[in-house]
Design a protein around this ligand. Sequence first.
Ligand code: GLA
Length: 390
Amino acid sequence: MPSSLSVLYDRAVSAFASLYGAPPQVVVAAPGRVNLIGEHTDYNDGFVMPVAIDRQVVIAASPRDDDRVELHSLDMGGQSAFSLGDIRPDPRQRWSNYQRGVALMLQKQGHRIGGMNAVITGDVPIGAGLSSSAAVEVATGYTFKTLYGLELDRVALALLAQRAENEFVGMRCGIMDQYISALGQANHALMIDCRSLEYKLVPVPPGVSIIVCDTRVQRGLVDSEYNARRLECETGARLLGVRALRDVTPAEFERRAAELPELTRRRCRHVVYEDQRVLDSIAALERGDLAAFGALMAASHASLRDDYQVSCKQLDIMVEAAAALPGVHGARMTGAGFGGCTVNLVESGQAAAFSAAVAAAYAQATGLTPQIYVCRAEDGVRALSSRPAP
Ligand code: GLA
């Protein structure tokens, strides 16, 4: 077990034991994610290429014989409890709404669950765009699945977690984050077709590090702007007479672009070409052409900045600082945008020098101290240990 994960494991298990006087029956870990390319395409039925990272949410839990769910967050320093028969949002302990939403959706979909005691901790940075919320949802669903022997495969788990976020938390996210947290595979990215929900494994190129640079800019507008982008895409699809923008090729888009109002046209142009960039990325990676892949990452960033308008000054500065450094194949913003992180593909031999240099350049340009994470591609959600019930 990697050392950061065993630290989380020990922290969760010892907190559980001191709260409940017995070890937990199960310990589950679900990873955060970083997306290599394919941004704002998932909710247009398109293509994405994320990796699950070695940053996790860990839940230590045991079942109860009533319908009460007791949650303790070691990182938020709070406690929240509810009954399965009466699930409402908790306005004070808002972190618990992800678990509440998952418990509600499990029941809505006919799964028979009982209560649980749970301790939650993790090292996915919160609010940085690395999908800590998807990791919490997927970990919670998997914990219930393990405790109550539910028939719930990984794709169904991802869909249920997404539904909790859409319908209970109120963020109309696509499927990418929950899917990769549930189905990620070590040393691989997944090229996900967000319509068929099938994936293709894409090996992380040998000798290359995935480095995430957190601008430390809080993603303030993200929820409202995100939902607004979704509506703009839906308008575009309606005007073009397709089920989703996934159904429009770049050539078709160019033929019909003039029919669209200016803003809709720019939003659609991003999505249509971004889908094509994901497909081109697969081809580039299959022939080991990292320069071509890096150029696609750069084009993705420019399109998110200029057409989709979800970047920000600090993200642009971080990407420009990275692109100028030795050993960098590609750099772009990742996730929803409006702050958060960039993703960089860097020669492993240059990873340490890159991290120091990009941090210094960014700090000098912005006055902010970034966080730099050299990430490994990890497996999706899993049980770390499970002891038989007494
Ligand atoms: C957020 C959402 C995802 C996806 C990305 C943008 O992470 O949760 O579903 O839309 O933004 O690619």
